[in-house]
Design a protein around this ligand. Structure first.
Ligand code: SF4
Ligand code: SF4
Length: 468
């Protein structure tokens, strides 16, 4: 490696962490069992309890406590952890991934089929789960959380049981898990990676047989995305295998051309940012109410009275006591509104990225237009990441006031985080264009459309950031 991504085994600390992790690798099963029990407790116990009374708090009500642990602590912190420790959540803690692998051990071990391996599969899975999380209101009701996480757990077990040769494979984690997709893409900006001690040429490859649970051909590994940091390919005493490497956060993205850039990832970045935005905006924008009223009137005028009826509990939020009962009209309009936001933001960002690519080409940048488009789109990664943290993990911020901080503290925390994401995106864009051979004013000129795109994301999120 010649770029800064795998240049060193870091300070002695990294070596000690690696040795410690390898020494205790056999105890991971106990961590998984403990996490599975905790997961089941957080999911199932609130279903058996009465609804929280008015005035109940996280300190005196288990349902509210479980909700806060999932959405206020686990979700945002797992996200932020990828910057420091990559996909360590997946390899060390996640009970769903562990269940998938246990199922694989006992399962059919069939080759992973093409439809599962298709690059768009995790994006479809992400869209379905994110929209479903809104329509069942997973963030406010334990029944909704149980639907979303229960579905993910069931799919992880079924996929692990059916596919993946070797008895240690996690096809769900590599190909379909929406959380794994997010963590994997964002782990590219992380401060650690596993690098081959004796890399083989040819670029990343798929290896359905071998030690890696996520089917990485370890000798040819250059990208962080699919590595769940299980340490199984690491042996400090051996000359081969992988080793834990410290790196400057963002380096893999700044040199993305050497790390298997992928068009599906950039479409995911665009869509996920728009979808998270849609999940917030339908609650606040009057346009959503206009859409709902228009569709409702049209349906009634055409005799579609069923649209005003509640549907099944596993598709939409039905909570009479909680005073939230969604109808088919809510289900369709929420889904459509979120998908429209995702489509609109994707179109805007794709246009601006294409413009940046064209400009860069005219100004003398290397690569063809398609490759430049993909490369430039990676600049949005930090701002997309903070969008998802703010949009889907806002309970963490609202807790700041509960901890005694001033009323405006959540807005200040969100704005600070967002500003950091924006600045990091601009710096990444600047570095990517430098890698294409642009210097001085030409580099800034080609960067301008990306800066507009980054600013557009910030503008769209401003209501969420300053909402207290
Ligand atoms: S990919 Fe999903 S199921 Fe697999 S370990 Fe990660 S979060 Fe868990
Ligand atoms: S590359 Fe190594 S550490 Fe990463 S998931 Fe595969 S076996 Fe585990």
């Amino acid at each position: 490696m010649t770029d800064g991504t795998a240049m060193r085994n870091g300070p002695a600390l990294i070596g000690r962490i690696e040795a410690w992790a390898v020494r205790h690798r056999d105890k991971l099963a106990w961590v998984h069992v403990a996490m599975f029990l905790a997961f089941m407790g957080l999911m199932v116990v609130p279903l058996l309890l009465p609804d929280p009374a008015d005035g109940a708090t996280v300190a005196d009500n288990f349902t509210l406590f479980a909700n806060f642990v999932i959405w206020g602590v686990w979700f945002p912190l797992v996200f932020v952890s990828v910057i420091f420790t990559g996909r360590s959540w997946c390899g060390v803690f996640c009970p769903m991934g562990a269940c998938s692998e246990w199922a694989n051990r006992a399962g059919l071990k069939r080759p992973v089929p093409k439809w599962v391996r298709w690059e768009g599969t995790p994006i479809v899975s992400f869209v379905v789960i994110t929209v479903l999380a809104q329509t069942v209101d997973a963030r406010d009701f334990p029944q909704g959380a149980a639907v979303v996480f229960g579905l993910a757990l069931a799919c992880a077990i079924v996929l692990g049981f059916a596919y993946g040769q070797g008895g240690n494979k996690r096809p769900w984690c590599r190909h379909m898990c929406p959380i794994g997709l997010m963590l994997g893409v964002f782990s590219r900006i992380g401060a650690v990676q596993f690098a081959a001690k004796q890399p083989r040429p040819g670029g990343d490859a798929y290896a359905e047989k071998g030690v890696c649970p996520t089917m990485i051909d370890i000798g040819r590994k250059t990208e962080s995305r699919h590595c769940i940091e299980c340490f199984r390919c690491v042996n400090p005493a051996a000359r081969g295998g992988l080793t834990l490497v410290a790196r400057r956060p963002g380096d893999e993205v700044a040199h993305i051309r050497r790390h298997n850039p992928n068009a599906a990832e950039v479409w995911f970045l665009f869509l996920a940012t728009g979808l998270a935005l849609g999940g917030f905006l339908w609650l606040t924008l009057p346009q959503y109410q206009i859409l709902r009223r228009t569709v409702g009137d049209w349906a009634i005028n055409h005799g579609w009275y069923w649209i005003g009826m509640p549907g099944p509990w596993w598709l939409m939020s039905i909570h009479h006591a909680g005073r939230e009962v969604y109808t088919w009209l809510d289900f369709f309009t929420i889904s459509a509104f979120m998908l429209a936001c995702a489509g609109l933001l994707t179109a805007i960002l794709a246009l601006l990225t294409a413009l940046s690519g064209r400009l860069a080409g005219r100004l003398g940048a290397d690569l063809d237009h398609r490759k430049r488009f993909v490369e430039h789109a990676y600049a949005y990664m930090p701002v997309a990441m903070v969008s998802l943290v703010i949009g889907l993990g806002d309970k963490l911020f609202t807790m700041l006031t509960v901890l005694g901080l001033p009323h405006g503290a959540p807005a200040v925390a969100k704005a600070t985080l967002f500003a950091l994401g924006v600045a990091w995106s601009v710096v990444l864009g600047h570095r990517l264009l430098g890698g294409e051979g642009l210097r001085g004013a030409k580099r800034w000129l080609a960067l301008a459309p990306l800066v507009i795109g980054i600013a557009a994301i910030g503008f769209a999120w401003s209501a969420a950031i300053f909402q207290v």
